[in-house]
Design a binder for this molecule. Structure first.
Ligand SMILES: Nc1ncnc2c1ncn2[C@@H]1O[C@H](COP(=O)(O)OP(=O)(O)O)[C@@H](O)[C@H]1O
Ligand SMILES: [Mg+2]
Length: 545
């Protein structure tokens, strides 16, 4: 779409159908102007000099209709059906539907709501592109891409306001629609703004972001990079971690483990899917073991104080009160209790024992020298990637994800000076899903808590999912900003549409048709949902099949 500076009207507002939508008008476009209009175009509705014209966006059409006869008249039909034999074609014009986005105050270029509609025959002009960015709130310092249809208008998030990143972002779309590219763009821009970024990388795709984008050597991407004015470049401070006993394709990956004593027993119960009887045994065991260790250490702290505090009980105690509580110590306690035969039923004790022994085999607790420490992640411009691609099973990954989130959250609460931080969770539906959400109450509460308090502390989450239909409403509710790539399938579309609120039907109709890298972005920063051609990322991606 070329930047139309001409002030001649594209067309005029038509009479209404009284059953029409309050925020839509029909636009009639004389034949000679048709080539000036395209779907997606922003238009100004109002005569020159009108105080507060409307801003609108063409959402459907142009459809062509004869000027003076009905399209079903014999004259019109014959002209089409006998196209080869009769030379005539009735004069025709274009018809578009335009969504009204707001009224423009011309003093400060501000959009406001409206309870009126433009009169029939009001002229409709192209919106000068230099005013669109300001009106829609597209300005900021994190370069995302171009407004679709307007190569000269860049779309940015603003890293300095709390409207976007310290609240949560959801990135959705089918396989290959551009989600990971978008996540990489967000990561690159966040890092450039001095944020700390942590990626929970379940497919091992992000591990080579220290290198320039390898696809840039190929023609299509090289051309796209040029068009967007970006060049291939790796991120300077990148560290990759993997679990003991797993392979990472990153040669510099460092093995890490979690400290069992730091783990919330409630998270473990949920993720391991313990039955009620097993849960009771496990909590008895955990309390018993904790008490023993406390006495040994001469400590006086409340056993569950750390977890109570994270649940919002604000108990002011120090961190990591139980460094000596290991999985082996718990396992040993079960043997002892069984011999004493003091309480509990043997079957559920055995089941708990089996679970713990299995958990120990996964080697994620207290197994190697380097124990996960949020301090090492929360540094300005530091990208930390947890390569979980070779993990034994989803439960193990989920324990790791939950624990990393908790420890980062704790650190951000305790240290207000830690840099703004974003945690990217790929394949979020395998962590919390519609199917398991009821059993994951404690973890969903934590996510809510991170959202509520994290915003003030500049801690945001970025959920990525190719299966929005499998994500629970709770996650959608947490995502204030949604980047929606091409999505197909009624269930996925429905899930997104319900959560997205007030998006025009015709605009939704575009979602299954979006091209690779295009996205509908709904964000509190923008005055309206916008369609964006995302820029290609500068950093490399590891391809996995
Ligand atoms: N904004 C974009 N610009 C150019 N190419 C893109 C863009 N987004 C995605 N692509 C191309 O599409 C491919 C698939 O994108 P990807 O982000 O991996 O999709 P997803 O994560 O949704 O499966 C990438 O390898 C890249 O070649
Ligand atoms: Mg992907």
């Amino acid at each position: 779409m070329s930047d139309q500076t001409s002030l001649s009207p594209l067309g005029f507002v038509n009479f209404d159908d009284i059953r029409g939508q309050n925020n839509e008008i029909e636009l009639r476009i004389p034949f000679d102007e048709i080539k000036r209009i395209q779907r997606g175009q922003y238009v100004l509705i109002g005569s020159a000099g009108v105080e507060r014209p409307y801003l609108g966006r063409v959402i459907s059409g142009p459809f062509y209709t004869p000027d003076a006869v009905s399209k079903d008249s014999a004259f019109a039909r014959t002209s089409i059906l006998l196209a080869n034999e009769v030379p005539f074609l009735p004069d025709f014009h274009g018809v578009c539907r335009v969504e009204l986005l707001g009224r423009v105050s011309l003093d400060d270029y501000h959009l406001s709501g409206f309870a009126s509609r433009p009169f029939p025959k009001t002229p409709v002009l192209p919106m000068p592109s230099d005013q669109i960015a300001q009106l829609l709130g597209l300005e900021g310092n994190m370069y995302l891409g171009h407004l679709t249809g307007y190569e000269q208008i860049r779309v940015y998030f603003n890293a300095h306001v709390k409207k976007v990143l310290p609240r949560n972002v959801g990135v959705f779309g089918t396989v290959g629609s551009g989600k990971t590219n978008t996540a990489q763009v967000l990561i690159e821009e966040a890092i450039a703004s001095g944020w700390a970024v942590v990626v929970l990388d379940v497919e091992g795709e992000y591990i080579s972001m220290d290198k320039p984008n390898g696809e840039a050597k190929k023609k299509p991407l090289a051309a796209a990079m040029q068009r967007f004015g970006v060049s291939p470049r790796g991120i300077e401070n990148v560290q990759v971690f993997n679990c003991p006993g797993t392979e990472s394709r990153c040669p510099d990956a460092r093995e890490f483990c979690l400290r069992f004593g730091n783990l919330s027993p409630y998270d473990l119960i949920e993720i391991m899917g313990m039955s009620e009887a097993q849960e009771t045994r496990f909590l008895e065991l955990h309390e018993e073991a904790t008490a023993k260790l406390m006495t040994k250490q001469g400590a006086t702290q409340h056993k569950h104080s750390k977890w109570d505090r994270l649940a919002g009980n604000n108990n002011p105690v120090g961190l990591n009160s139980l460094p000596n509580l290991t999985l082996q110590f718990l396992i040993d306690q079960i043997d002892i209790e069984n011999q004493d035969s003091g309480y509990g039923n043997k079957a559920s004790w055995n089941k708990v024992l089996q679970l713990l022994v299995k958990l120990k085999r996964y080697q994620i607790f207290d197994s190697v020298d380097y124990v996960f420490n949020a301090d090492d992640l929360l540094k300005p411009g530091q990208l930390s990637i947890f390569d979980l691609s070779d993990a034994t099973n989803v439960r193990v990954n989920n324990i790791i994800i939950a624990q990393i989130l908790r420890e980062i959250f704790e650190k951000k609460i305790d240290e207000p000076d830690a840099p703004p931080t974003i945690v990217v969770i790929e394949e979020a539906h395998t962590f919390v899903s519609r199917e398991n959400v009821k059993a994951m109450e404690n973890i969903v509460d934590m996510l809510r808590e991170i959202s509520r308090r994290g915003r003030k502390r500049w801690l945001g989450l970025c959920f990525i999912s190719q299966q929005p239909a499998h994500l629970p409403n709770e996650i959608f509710e947490l995502c204030n900003t949604k980047v929606i790539h091409q999505t197909t399938g009624k269930r996925n579309l429905d899930a997104l549409q319900v959560s997205a609120g007030n998006v025009n039907e015709a605009v939704w109709g575009e979602v299954p048709l979006l091209g690779q890298g295009q996205a509908l972005i709904i964000s509190p920063q923008f005055a309206h949902p916008v369609l964006c051609d995302m820029r290609p990322c500068s950093t490399n991606r590891e391809y996995t099949d």
